[in-house]
Design a protein around this ligand. Structure first.
Ligand code: NAD
Length: 467
């Protein structure tokens, strides 16, 4: 079966590819399994050299990669460039940290000479070695394909694994470009192979006798993958959705907080797992905040994603996403919400572009405040104090990130300590750091990527007892 690829902004066809099937997936799996031990034996320094070439190739061909990404998913070109420049920083982190993170650790005796002197017999040595998992599946999303893909496959490859990478069917040209750059940098074709297809192909991939599955995507698909993988005893990591809250306390500059959270809500056309999805504002500054938020959003340029100054691009899932968001907006209005900006389809000749939509007087009877929107729409709700804000922030099945804007760090920390989220932001939002673990709680998933933990996660320990 063939998959047709369309640019969501122009609705023009940008490619057609043969999808994988059970047989081709099984062949790619078998080739990966056969090639993986030699890739492991190559050693960390040699693999670091290859990934350094990959990093430099991205830097050199950044414009090609940015344009491919923009045409795949409708992302504004400046934001595609930002994704690739941000990726270079992540790759530099992995290049700097992998060798010491994966070095075999002697945990006993701490000082071998002292131990030998004090012991009548030979000293016992205990070591932890980080062995690769083997052959892993990486099933990925379309919204930040370079980020979410390489958070997995780069440390996995560095640790000595073979990777069967299934890019989203909505970001397939970018996935193929990643493979080309990796292969031309020296990663053997069998060690990193692209699995092309839609959900059925992803499901068939999980059926292979893989050693781990690392998934980024929706909660619904996460459930299916976890159920399928449960038949095997393998590592399962799921990075899923979010309904990330921001709370604006009464002691901050309303304008600065509005500008920052408007960007956190609307950047990447609101299609980020850690987009600000709901905002609570202390009643003392509520009116001011809403005014500044509206003014900020009104200045966002919407339209042609290939124009340098565009801020809001096309909805990647097109009509389906547009209809879903219209449903959330109508439901919010039915439950007392007031649209202060946007709400409709932007006037473009092709594609589905939703005007950045701001709804005030929001409350938790609205789907807008409880279910992931994944688009340029935000609900703003007035609260009377920190306790009410904290309770509402926790009124969700998700737990990816939470933000508090407050001059008093102790007060902000106190609020965020009581919020069930993997990342806590004070006076910032919608940010990911390579140095910090990226993890969700509850419906936002299990496991983590990034930080040194996100290197170690692609290994399993071998415990050595040596006498
Ligand atoms: P999706 O679940 O529709 O698809 C993700 C991937 O899973 C695609 O490659 C798809 O082909 C594949 N897939 C679909 N059905 C499958 C099945 N039954 N078995 C195996 N694979 C299958 O998600 P999406 O629309 O691509 O991504 C958007 C979602 O991803 C949002 O909910 C967003 O919050 C989430 N996300 C989370 C993070 C994070 O770090 N937590 C990062 C980015 C995106």
């Amino acid at each position: 079966m063939n998959i047709e690829l369309f640019n969501p902004a122009t609705e023009k066809k940008i490619g057609e590819l043969a999808a994988d099937d059970k047989d081709s997936i099984a062949k790619k799996y078998a080739a990966a399994r056969a090639a993986q031990p030699a890739w492991h034996r190559l050693g960390v320094p040699a693999r670091l050299g290859i990934i350094k070439k990959f990093r430099d190739r991205i830097e050199k061909d950044l414009e090609e990669a940015a344009l491919t990404l923009t045409r795949d998913v409708g992302k504004p070109i400046a934001q595609s460039r930002n994704e690739l420049n941000g990726l270079l920083v992540r790759l530099d982190f992995f290049l700097a940290e992998t060798e010491k993170t994966l070095a075999t650790e002697i945990v006993y005796p701490v000082d071998r000479n002292v131990e030998a002197q004090n012991s009548a017999s030979l000293p016992l040595i205990e070591e932890i070695e980080h062995e690769p998992l083997g052959v892993i599946a990486n099933i990925s999303a379309w919204n930040y394909p370079w980020f979410v893909g390489s958070n997995v496959y780069v440390p996995a490859l560095l640790a000595g694994n073979a990777v069967l990478y299934k890019p989203s069917e909505l970001a397939l040209n970018s996935g193929l470009l990643m493979a080309r750059y990796l292969h031309e940098s020296g990663v053997p074709a069998e060690i990193f192979s692209v699995i092309c297809g839609k959900g059925d192909v992803g499901a068939a991939l999980v059926e292979q006798p893989i050693d781990g599955v690392f998934f980024t995507g929706s909660v619904a698909t996460g459930h299916k993958i976890a159920e399928s993988a449960a038949k095997k005893f393998i590592k399962v990591q799921l990075e899923l959705g979010g309904k990330d809250p921001a709370y604006i306390t009464d002691d901050v500059d309303a304008k600065a907080a509005a500008e920052a959270t408007a960007d956190g809500a609307m950047y990447n056309t609101g299609q980020s797992c850690c987009s600000v999805e709901r905002i609570y504002v202390h009643e003392k500054i509520y009116n001011d905040f809403v005014l500044h938020f509206k003014a900020t959003v009104a200045a966002f340029k919407i339209g042609n994603p290939e124009a340098n100054d565009t801020y809001i691009g096309a909805l990647t899932r097109g009509k389906a996403a547009f209809d879903f968001l219209q449903g959330q907006i109508a439901d919010a209005v039915k439950h007392g919400g007031r649209i202060v900006h946007g709400g409709g389809r932007a006037q473009t000749e092709t594609g589905y572009f939703l005007e950045p939509t701001v709804i005030e007087n929001a409350n938790h009877s609205m789907a807008l405040m409880r279910e992931e929107s994944f688009g340029p729409v935000i609900g703003i709700m007035k609260v009377k104090d920190d306790a009410e804000a904290q309770k509402l922030m926790n009124d969700t099945a998700y737990g990816l990130t939470a933000a508090v804007y407050c001059r008093d760090t102790a007060r902000a920390k106190n609020i965020l300590h009581g919020v069930n989220a993997g990342s806590a932001y004070i006076n910032c939002c919608d940010r990911v750091s390579p140095r910090l673990p990226w993890s969700g709680r509850g419906a936002s998933g299990v496991g983590l990527t990034l930080s040194t933990y996100g290197i170690e996660t692609f290994t399993r320990p071998k415990a050595w007892h040596i006498k």
